[in-house]
Structures are given as structure tokens and as C-alpha cells.
Design a protein around this ligand. Structure first.
Ligand SMILES: [Zn+2]
Length: 78
């Protein structure tokens, strides 16, 4: 999955996120989807873990759980 750097036009929050083909990323701060794509710098090893966690939170908020294991999914849906 490609990693992109975005600048939210609504609140000015800058963040990196993993974007699946066809998926629209949303600002983790305000949920806005009006984003400017920035030139992405390579993620540091420690940082990419946080990015994956953020991407999973985003997926949960959007209501799809494909990035979660079956056990995690059960916990979330209960
Ligand atoms: Zn925002």
C-alpha cells in the first residue's frame, strides 16, 4: 500500500496515511476529505507503526474492518 502525506484544507492538520486503491482518505482530526496530497518522505520504522494504527482507526470509523483480525473484529462489533 502506498503511503501518502496529506494536508487537510479544512483544519490545516498534516498527516500521513496508507491509502488503498480507490479509497478516499479522511483527516484524522476533523474527518474532512478535502486534502492536499504532499510529497511523502520515507517513514521511519517507529513512525510507520503509528501510521498503521491510525489507518486502522480510520477504517473502524468508516465502518469497514478488513484490516482487523477476526478476534479484534468480534471485540469491536460486540
Ligand atoms: Zn482536518
Amino acid at each position: 500500500m502506498p503511503l501518502y502525506d496529506y494536508l487537510c484544507q479544512a483544519c490545516g492538520h498534516r498527516f500521513e496515511t496508507l491509502v488503498r486503491a480507490g479509497a478516499t482518505p479522511a483527516c484524522p482530526q476533523c474527518g474532512g476529505t478535502a486534502l492536499d496530497k504532499q510529497v511523502s518522505a520515507p517513514a521511519a520504522p517507529g513512525k510507520s507503526k503509528a501510521i498503521v494504527a491510525a489507518a486502522r482507526r480510520q477504517a473502524a470509523r468508516e465502518g469497514h474492518f478488513s484490516q482487523y483480525s477476526a478476534a479484534e473484529r468480534n471485540k469491536l462489533l460486540r
